[in-house]
Design a protein around this ligand. Structure first.
Ligand code: FAD
Ligand code: EPU
Length: 348
């Protein structure tokens, strides 16, 4: 067991926040996790110091040093388990980089994750917030999730229903928050693709690219183009993707807002509610009357100029400064539109 003390986490979170972990270690097997959980009197069911399971750090904002044990997940392996007429069943280690898994599927011609290309992070974090993009959510292809309970030290198998997936939600983010280490995800991928180009910008990008043959590879390519042109690369500017979720409101609320703000962007949902584009709301209010948050910068904390749903660290911002900016935006949206935003990013 190689446990480091007072280790900087700057290179382990895509916001690039320079905080320290009291203890830090990596694990590549379940046995190593079990050993690490026992570390320094972290007795069964009653850990004395908090434990944080870390993937790619692309959905976390550290606001202070972590006074506990950070465990970096390096469980590897993509294994074909079985196949039937229509599907291929694959078990993937939680430490596999998500986009590498997507590339593997594209190479094998396994369909279902092409719209989720280029999402940062690891496979093990994908069920935590049920990652989604361009009309697809990972729950559509998950068959089950294997997770080790930090308290009882046993591996549990969660079916899709057990996971209670919702929009950027799952049981691992709510009821079981912080209680499990996801060790592997079992996927059911399609042999014959059910292509999804329902998202307007994907259709437009395919046209712009002059794509003649629609397949999973061309869809992934279009998604990669869109993402690269819209979202800042964390290697260049620290960020964690969308900072807030897109809020859901009732049809009545949406119509009332539409009357006051005719250009407001909202999408009707299956249950009749509307999902508002939080980026639009943030763009259309600001730090002062007549100003916009889009492109706003306070010190090194900012709201990105291309996509106002993305908060950024231009270099030396602290997590607290980014959090304070998010709070100012949240209050401003509430005051202007009467809509409460919810943070998507995990605040620590
Ligand atoms: P981390 O940030 O390391 O962890 C996130 C949370 O999950 C933490 O609470 C952590 O403790 C927990 N966790 C991680 N791994 C495990 C595990 N194995 N077991 C138990 N708990 C675990 N998300 C989308 O849904 N759609 C997008 O389109 C999207 N675009 C993005 C674009 C950019 C540029 C960035 C930076 C982020 C984007 N995200 C998006 C957010 C992010 O990529 C996802 O949430 C991703 O799944 C996080 O993976 P991670 O490995 O980095 O998780
Ligand atoms: N918009 C604005 N101004 C902005 C940003 C957006 O007006 O500054 C409006 C535009 O009308 C635009 C609409 O919002 O058409 C939607 O924008 P976009 O297509 O960029 O998507 P989003 O709603 O901002 C969501 C997800 C992303 C995901 C994309 C594509 C959430 C919180 N975010 O963003 O996920 O990649 O759709 O599906 O649901 C993430 O979760 O981290 C993330 C990046």
């Amino acid at each position: 067991m190689n446990i480091q003390e007072n280790r900087s986490l700057k290179s382990h979170n895509t916001f690039g926040i320079d905080v320290r972990a009291r203890y830090f270690a990596s694990f590549a097997t379940t046995e190593e996790i079990l050993e690490l959980i026992e570390f320094k009197g972290q007795s069964a069911g009653k850990p004395q110091r908090p434990i944080l399971i870390l993937g790619g750090g692309s959905n976390i904002l550290f606001t202070k040093d972590f006074d506990g044990l950070v465990l970096k997940n390096e469980l590897s392996g993509i294994k074909e388990v079985k196949e039937d007429t229509h599907h291929i069943y694959v078990r993937v280690g939680a430490g596999v980089v998500w986009h590498e898994f997507v590339l593997h599927c594209l190479h094998q011609n396994w369909a279902g994750v092409e719209n989720l290309a280029l999402i940062p992070g690891n496979v093990g974090a994908s069920p935590i917030q049920n990652i989604g993009a361009y009309g697809v959510e990972v729950k559509n292809v998950i068959q089950s999730v294997e997770a080790l309970h930090i308290g009882d030290r046993k591996t549990h198998l969660f079916s899709v229903n057990d996971c209670e997936f919702g929009y950027r939600e799952s049981i691992f983010k709510k009821k079981y928050r912080g209680q499990f280490v996801i060790t592997a995800v079992n996927f059911r991928l399609n042999k014959s693709p059910d292509l999804n180009i329902s998202y307007g910008t994907v259709k437009q990008e395919l046209e712009r690219m002059g794509v003649k043959e629609l397949n999973i590879q061309t869809i992934a390519k279009a998604v990669i183009h869109i993402r690269s042109s819209k979202l800042p690369d964390p290697k260049l500017i620290g960020n964690a993707g969308s900072f807030f979720k897109n809020p859901h409101v009732s049809a009545d609320t949406f119509l009332a807002l539409k009357e006051r703000f005719p250009r407001i962007v909202g999408y009707v949902q299956e249950n009749g509610d509307y999902k508002l584009a939080a980026g639009w709301l943030i763009e259309h209010c600001g730090p002062a009357e007549g100003e916009s948050w889009k492109g706003y910068r306070r010190g090194d904390a900012g709201c990105h100029a291309w996509q106002s749903l993305v908060l950024v660290n231009y270099g030396q911002a602290s997590g607290k400064e980014i959090f304070d900016l998010s709070e100012a935006i949240l209050q401003s949206v509430k005051k202007t539109f009467g809509v409460e935003l919810e943070r998507e990013v995990n605040i620590l």
